[in-house]
Design a protein around this ligand. Structure first.
Ligand code: GDP
Length: 480
């Protein structure tokens, strides 16, 4: 006999929607009323940091064992920042400039290593961690895997170019993830720089900067002249303070893989950001469907370290396989447990890829809403001309506004072909893509196919409205 998702959630005192999401990450598609087998339940329970005791093959008992870190154990941790923005607006230059200006790496004279993330220390001793894969593709790819490592997004906008299509995409990605944005108005050194224009343009994307009466921090910088960098760092720390980022460093580590590769000399290597706890040499862990024992930890200056605390990027050597970016890393009590979880996940992954993944389809959204778990329909709308995109967005928003039970969330709308960014955005939020007189490009089609994200094409606005009305009313139909 099995246990329902609902009962599991209740026993763990977790939200049903969180349990469903965790199951999805494990490749199991279940609604709140469906049952999962004992193996799955046991694994899920450990995913949430609870301990389970299996009384018989068919039953899982959950004991609540110190899974939540007590308030007094929580210590402030550095913020983790991702830099996004339109191509050529200076993301890479800005990341380089910040890194070069870092006191500690200057002092240590260490050779900076590209490990996917780095940390800088300010004069005050405070630290900031930067993910150094700029752009929203990596960001949303990770989020689609359930990893939300970014605390703050720095949106780079070139002062001479203003808000461009990928700026708008980046805003949509950050907003969908609920991550606060700080605007870095870059290239301020150029004679045709016009920061005021940038601020005005941001208004139409609901980013109201401070000196226009809003609460979005904006800093004028020049990555090449290295001006304004300290102001930007201060703004990031200010935002971090508001977020009150804390975690318990004194426990076994839980973190996220931000980059992984197969290294010729060292085997599989993963760059990990620890979220809570401290990762130590010798620790045994699972990372996605792989496991390992920490043989060495290497920091962003190529130095060996013995441990890594919250938000400190380290390369982990000692993996038995290469995990994916966005996979979690969890230290386990022993090797048997690590192997067991890794094998289980590998099996589930194989099963999931042979079955038709339903992630992001209207049908799945339907079942989730019926299960009372999701009262929101998320869409990405792309069209051939601005006017029609606006008309569609307006009509659908109105449709949803008339419904008291289902909200429509427009993750992003814009002009042009459906691209990879749109697909990852829809996928990460379990949404649907709508193309009006536009198609998806080849990469987007491949990605959508791989991730089973639904793309619906239309050439008549009324058809869209009809379809969405159908979905909404279907969702609203009484459960039998
Ligand atoms: P990315 O595509 O957003 O990563 O942009 P890059 O960092 O590659 O920069 C694109 C171009 O803009 C490069 O030629 C940079 O040298 C230039 N650039 C970046 N930041 C600045 C700046 O602050 N001032 C000026 N004048 N040029 C910059």
């Amino acid at each position: 006999e099995a246990i329902t998702v609902q009962e599991l959630a209740q026993r763990m005192a977790e939200r049903g929607s969180d349990v469903i999401k965790a199951l999805m990450r494990m490749g199991v598609m279940a609604t709140i009323t469906q049952s999962v087998d004992a193996d799955t339940a046991e694994l899920l329970v450990s995913e949430f940091g609870h301990r389970s005791r299996r009384v018989s093959e068919s039953d899982v008992l959950i004991g609540m064992t110190g899974e939540e870190d007590a308030a007094e154990t929580l210590v402030a941790r550095p913020p983790v920042v991702t830099v996004m923005g339109h191509v050529d607006h200076g993301k890479t230059s800005l990341l380089d400039a910040i890194r070069k200006a870092d006191v500690v790496s200057g002092e240590a004279g260490g050779i900076t290593q590209h490990i996917g993330a780095y940390q800088v220390q300010l004069g005050s001793g405070q630290k900031i961690t930067f993910i150094d894969t700029p752009g929203h593709a990596a960001f949303t790819e990770m989020r689609a895997r359930g990893a939300n490592v970014t605390d703050v997004v720095v949106l780079v906008v070139a002062a001479n170019d203003g808000v461009m299509p990928q700026t708008v995409e980046a805003i949509a990605h950050a907003k969908a993830a609920g991550v606060p944005i700080i605007v870095a108005i870059n290239k301020i050194d150029l004679p045709d720089a016009n920061p005021q224009r940038v601020k005005t343009e941001l208004l139409s994307h609901e980013l109201v900067v401070e000196d226009m009466g809003g609460d979005v921090l904006a800093v004028e910088v020049s990555a090449t002249k290295r001006t304004g960098l300290e102001k930007l760092e201060e703004a990031i720390l200010l935002q971090a303070e508001v977020l009150d980022l804390r975690s318990n460093p004194a426990r076994s580590a839980v973190g996220t893989v931000v980059e992984a590769k197969l290294d010729r000399g060292r085997g599989s290597v993963a760059t990990v950001l620890v979220e809570k706890g401290t990762l130590k040499v010798g620790d045994i862990f699972v990372a996605g469907a792989e496991w390992g024992r920490v043989r060495a930890l290497v920091n962003d200056r190529g130095q060996n370290v013995t441990e890594a605390g919250p938000a400190m990027p380290v390369e982990v050597v000692g993996l038995n396989g290469t995990p994916n970016a966005g996979d979690d890393l969890v230290v386990t009590e022993d090797e048997a447990r690590a192997r067991e979880i890794a094998e289980y996940r590998a099996r589930k992954k194989r099963e999931a890829s042979s079955a038709i993944a339903a992630r992001g389809s209207v049908e799945q959204m339907f079942s989730q809403i019926q299960a009372g778990e999701k009262k929101e329909m998320a869409v990405v709308i792309k069209g051939d001309v601005h006017g029609s995109v606006e008309a569609i967005t307006g009509a659908l928003t109105k449709l949803a506004a008339d419904s008291t039970e289902v909200a429509l969330r427009v993750l992003h709308s814009g002009v042009g072909a459906i691209n990879e960014s749109d697909v990852t955005l829809a996928r990460a939020s379990g949404g649907v893509l709508i193309g009006f007189n536009v198609r998806a490009n080849a990469q987007a089609r491949d990605l959508a196919k791989r991730d089973a994200v639904e793309i619906r094409y239309y050439s008549v606005i009324y058809d869209i409205i009809d379809d969405v009305r159908g979905v909404l009313s279907g969702l609203l139909a009484p459960q039998l």
